[in-house]
Design a protein around this ligand. Structure first.
Ligand SMILES: Nc1nc2c(c(=O)[nH]1)N[C@H]1C(S)=C(S)[C@@H](COP(=O)(O)OP(=O)(O)OC[C@H]3O[C@@H](n4cnc5c(=O)[nH]c(N)nc54)[C@H](O)[C@@H]3O)O[C@H]1N2
Ligand SMILES: Nc1nc2c(c(=O)[nH]1)N[C@H]1C(S)=C(S)[C@@H](COP(=O)(O)OP(=O)(O)OC[C@H]3O[C@@H](n4cnc5c(=O)[nH]c(N)nc54)[C@H](O)[C@@H]3O)O[C@H]1N2
Ligand code: SF4
Ligand SMILES: [Mo]
Length: 694
C-alpha cells in the first residue's frame, strides 16, 4: 500500500534517546515504516530496530480493544466484554467504597513510564491529589543513580551528549547503549571516526556495546566504586590529577587524599577481578587525555551500593578536571533541567490532606500487609494501574503475585495488551498508543522537549489515559481545572505556564530547546552547591533536600568519601553466583515482548553461564537450569558465554512470566529491600544458586 503522508512525532518509550520519529501513514490510515528524523541533531536518522517495526505493535492482533470484566478466578485470565459505562461504574463504586470503609489512602493509583508523555503519564497524580489517595514513591528506575550523581554535582544535569564529537576518550560506564539508547553509539562512533577518540566500556559482561569498544573493562558486579577509587589513586600518584581545578572547583582535601592512598590498583584488582595492568592502562589513558566524556548509565547503580558507585565514578572526571574542556565532563541524565510547570497536569495544589507515600518497589510487601511498607496505614484495597506492568517488573514477584490474588483487593488495569498484570485485574480497559493521542516528552539523554501529536485514530474502543481521568473524575466527584480540558488545551496551558510559548508555536518548531549554556552544562561558574564545589565527600542530607526523597537508612552508615561500599548481596556457600538482569535488545522492559520481530530475536528467557562454571555445574548449551535463592526459583535456558568473569550470570530480561518454563519471571529472584540512601531496587544485585533443571 502506498504512503499517504509522513508525520513527525516522538518515541514515547522510557529510553533516554527519546527519538524524533518520521512515521509513514498509509492510504488506509495504518502505520507503515517508522524512521528516525534526520534533521534532529541527536536522533540523526537512527532509531532502534524495535521501534522501526512499530506497526507490529500498533496493529497487533492482540491489542486490547474493549473494556473487560473478570469472570474467572483472579489470574485465571477469563474475561468478558462490557461497555465503558458499565466498567467505569464498577470502578467508581469500588473506589468510593474503599474510601468510605478504609479511608482515601486505601486507594493507590500506580503507574510508571510505559509512556513518557507528561499528560498521559503524570495525569494520574491529578486524580490522586484531587481524592487524597496514597502517593507513589517513584523509586523503580532512577532513584539510586540520581542520588549518586546529585551528591557530586548538586544537580541532575551534565554536558550535552553531542559534545562527544569533541572528546578524546568516551567512557561508557554501566550502560549498554546498543541495547538501551542507540544514539549514544551514533555520537561516540562519530567521535572515533572523526578524531580518533578512544571508546572505553565498563560493564559486567561483554555487551554488544563493549564489542565495539577500544577497551572493554569487565569487572565483577557491584565493584565499580573500587575501580573508581583506584583510578583516582593512580591519577594522584602519577601527578595526573588536576590539582588546580580541584582546589578551585571541588572540596578536595588532604583527608580525601589519604583515604585514596589505601586504594591501590592491587586492592581494586582483588575486588573487581580486573588485572592491575588494565587498571593502570585505563588510568594512563585518562590521565593523558583529560578531555574525557563520562557517559554514566543506570545499570551499575542497580546494586545495593549503586548510589555510592555512581558518586565514585563521577569523581573521576572531577579529579581529571575534565569538565573544563569542550567534550569533557560527565552526563547521566538531564532530568534536572526542564523547568516544566506540571502543576495543572498533576493537580499538585488539589490535595486537602497529607497523603501517605508508598514505595512502588515495595509493592509485594505492601499488598501482603507489611505494616512498615504500609507506613502503618490502612491496607491497599483498590488500585488503578497505568503505563506499568508490575506483575513482571517489580522485585519480590512471589509477594507481588500473592498480593494481586487477594480477593479483597480491587484492581483496574488500563493497558494496550493483556499483560501479566492485566491478567490479574478485575477490570481491564483498552488504551491508545502514542500516535493515537496528543502529548509532549522530555529527553533524559538530551536537551530538548518534543511535541508528539495525534496522527492516527485509536482502534476499537481504546481511550487515552487523559480521557479516563476526565471521566473518572466526574464519577468520583474529583475537582480540578485540568479535568475539564482536552489534551491539547492542557499541553498549551502547560507550555504557556512554563514560559515556552503556545502549543501552536511549539508545534510549528516541533521542539523546545532546553540546553543549558555550555558554561552552565560544564559548571564553569561552579557546581550546583552553595560553595560552588563538587563534593568528593557527599553531604547526603543536603542531597536529600534537592528532591522530595526520604532516607531509607541512617545517613551515618554511608561512606564519608567516594568509596567502594561493601553492601551488595554477597555470595555464600549456598549462593555462589551473582546474577544480573540486564536489558534485552529488542524488548523495552516488558514492552515489545508481544511483537513478532522482538520475539524472533529473543525466543525464550536465557542465562549466560561462563564455560568453566558450566563444566563445574555439568551444564551444556541450551540445557534448562534452575536459578534460585531464598525468594524463589526461576527456570532459564543456559547459553555458554565466556564474556563475563567466573561466578557471574546474566539473564537478559524482561520476558512475560509465562514465557518461563514454570511461569515464574526473573524478578522472583530480586529483592525489594530499598537501596540506600533513598530507595530503589537492586535489579542487577542478586546472589543465587544454579543447578541443571531435571
Ligand atoms: N532495549 C532496551 N532498551 C531499554 C530498556 C530495555 O529494557 N531494553 N530499558 C529502558 C529503561 S527503563 C532504562 S532505565 C534504560 C536503562 O539503560 P542503562 O543505563 O543502559 O541501564 P541498564 O540497562 O540497567 O544496565 C546497563 C548495563 O549495566 C550493566 N551492569 C549491571 N551491573 C553492573 C555493575 O555492577 N557494574 C557495571 N559497570 N555495569 C553493570 C548491565 O550488565 C548492563 O549491560 O534503558 C532503556 N532502554
Ligand atoms: N529484573 C529487572 N527488572 C526491572 C528492570 C531491570 O533492568 N531488570 N528495569 C526496571 C526499570 S529501569 C523500569 S523503568 C521498570 C519499567 O517497568 P514498566 O514501566 O512496567 O515498563 P513496561 O514493562 O514496559 O510496561 C509499561 C506498560 O505500559 C503500557 N503502556 C504504554 N503506553 C501506555 C499508555 O499510553 N497508556 C496506558 N494505559 N498504558 C500504556 C505498555 O503496554 C506496557 O505494558 O522496570 C524495572 N524492572
Ligand atoms: S526506544 Fe529509544 S532508541 Fe528506540 S526509537 Fe525509542 S527513543 Fe529511540
Ligand atoms: Mo527505567
Amino acid at each position: 500500500m502506498s504512503v499517504a503522508r509522513i508525520e513527525r512525532t516522538v518515541c514515547p518509550h522510557d529510553c533516554p534517546s527519546t527519538c524524533a520519529l518520521d512515521v509513514e501513514i498509509l492510504e488506509d490510515g495504518t502505520m507503515g515504516r517508522v524512521r528516525g528524523a534526520k534533521d534532529d541533531p541527536y536522533t540523526a536518522g537512527v532509531i532502534c530496530e524495535k521501534v522501526a517495526r512499530y506497526a507490529e505493535r500498533t496493529h497487533h492482533p492482540d491489542r486490547l480493544l474493549y473494556p473487560l470484566k473478570r469472570v474467572g478466578a483472579k489470574g485465571e485470565g477469563k474475561f468478558e466484554r462490557i461497555s465503558w459505562d458499565e466498567a467505569l461504574d464498577i470502578v467508581a463504586e469500588k473506589f468510593l467504597a474503599a474510601e468510605e470503609d478504609f479511608g482515601a489512602e486505601s486507594v493507590w493509583p500506580y503507574y510508571y513510564a510505559g509512556t513518557m508523555g507528561y499528560v498521559m503519564r503524570d495525569g494520574i497524580d491529578r486524580l490522586r491529589n484531587a481524592k487524597n489517595y496514597s502517593r507513589q514513591y517513584g523509586t523503580i528506575c532512577s532513584m539510586i543513580s540520581w542520588a549518586g550523581y546529585v551528591a557530586g554535582t548538586g544537580r541532575l544535569q551534565g554536558v550535552n551528549p553531542e559534545e562527544m564529537a569533541q572528546s578524546d576518550v568516551i567512557v561508557i560506564w554501566g550502560t549498554n547503549p546498543v541495547h538501551t539508547q542507540v544514539n549514544v553509539m551514533t555520537h561516540a562512533m562519530k567521535a572515533r571516526k572523526e578524531r580518533g577518540a578512544k571508546i572505553v566500556v565498563v560493564d559486567i559482561y561483554r555487551t554488544a556495546t563493549m564489542q565495539q569498544a577500544d577497551m572493554g573493562v569487565l569487572l565483577k558486579p557491584g565493584t565499580d566504586g573500587a575501580l573508581a577509587c583506584a583510578l583516582m589513586h593512580i591519577l594522584l600518584r602519577d601527578g595526573k590529577a588536576d590539582r588546580e581545578f580541584m582546589s578551585k572547583y571541588t572540596d578536595f582535601s588532604s583527608e580525601f587524599e589519604s583515604h585514596l592512598e589505601s586504594w591501590t590498583p592491587e586492592r581494586a584488582a582483588d575486588i573487581t577481578g580486573l588485572d592491575v595492568a588494565q587498571i593502570e592502562e585505563l588510568a594512563a589513558l585518562l590521565g593523558n587525555n583529560p578531555r574525557a566524556f563520562f557517559r554514566l548509565g543506570y545499570g551499575f547503580t542497580r546494586q545495593r551500593n549503586g548510589a555510592t558507585a555512581m558518586h565514585a565514578a563521577l569523581c573521576v572526571p572531577a579529579m581529571l578536571g575534565a569538565w573544563q574542556y569542550d567534550g569533557g565532563g560527565a552526563f547521566h541524565s538531564n532530568s534536572g533541567t526542564w523547568g516544566i510547570d506540571k502543576s495543572l497536569i498533576t493537580g499538585s495544589d488539589l490535595a486537602t490532606k497529607p497523603q501517605r507515600l508508598l514505595d512502588m518497589c515495595e509493592l509485594g510487601p505492601i499488598l501482603t500487609g507489611d505494616q512498615k511498607a504500609l507506613k502503618n496505614g490502612p491496607p491497599v484495597k483498590a488500585m488503578l494501574i497505568q503505563n506499568c506492568n508490575p506483575a513482571v517488573v517489580t522485585p519480590d514477584q512471589e509477594l507481588v503475585r500473592q498480593g494481586f490474588k487477594r480477593d479483597d483487593l480491587f484492581v483496574v488495569v488500563h493497558e494496550q495488551f493483556m499483560t501479566d498484570t492485566a491478567e490479574l485485574a478485575d477490570i481491564v480497559l483498552p488504551a491508545t498508543m502514542f500516535t493515537e493521542h496528543e502529548d509532549f516528552y522530555t529527553r533524559g539523554g538530551h536537551t530538548r522537549i518534543l511535541y508528539g501529536p495525534k496522527i492516527q485514530e485509536g482502534p476499537g474502543e481504546t481511550r487515552s489515559n487523559h480521557w479516563l481521568f476526565k471521566d473518572l473524575a466526574k464519577r468520583l466527584n474529583a475537582k480540578g481545572a485540568a479535568f475539564e480540558m482536552e489534551d491539547r488545551e492542557l499541553i498549551d496551558e502547560t507550555f504557556q505556564k512554563s514560559g515556552f510559548g503556545s502549543l501552536n508555536e511549539v508545534a510549528e518548531e516541533g521542539y523546545i530547546e532546553r540546553a543549558d549554556s555550555v558554561a552552565d552544562a560544564h559548571y564553569r561558574d561552579g557546581f550546583a552547591w552553595d560553595d560552588g564545589r563538587f563534593k568528593f565527600a557527599p553531604d547526603w542530607p543536603a542531597t536529600q533536600e534537592r528532591k522530595a526523597v526520604e532516607f531509607v537508612c541512617d545517613p551515618a552508615i554511608l561512606p564519608k568519601f567516594a568509596d567502594h561500599w561493601e553492601t551488595i548481596e554477597a555470595c555464600d556457600e549456598v549462593h555462589p553466583f551473582r546474577l544480573a538482569t540486564s536489558p534485552a535488545r529488542a524488548f523495552l522492559n516488558t514492552s515489545f515482548t508481544e511483537t513478532p520481530g522482538s520475539q524472533k530475536r529473543h525466543p525464550e528467557p536465557t542465562v549466560f553461564v561462563h564455560p568453566d562454571d558450566a563444566v563445574a555445574l555439568n551444564i551444556n548449551e541450551d540445557d534448562y537450569v534452575t536459578v534460585g535463592n531464598k525468594r524463589g526459583e526461576v527456570i532459564l535456558k543456559a547459553k555458554i558465554f565466556d564474556g563475563m568473569q567466573r561466578g557471574v550470570m546474566i539473564a537478559e530480561s524482561l520476558f512475560k512470566n509465562k514465557a518461563h518454563k514454570g511461569g515464574k519471571g526473573i524478578n522472583t529472584l530480586i529483592g525489594s529491600d530499598p537501596v540506600p540512601p533513598f530507595g530503589g531496587a537492586a535489579f542487577h544485585d542478586c546472589a543465587v544458586w544454579v543447578k541443571p533443571h531435571p
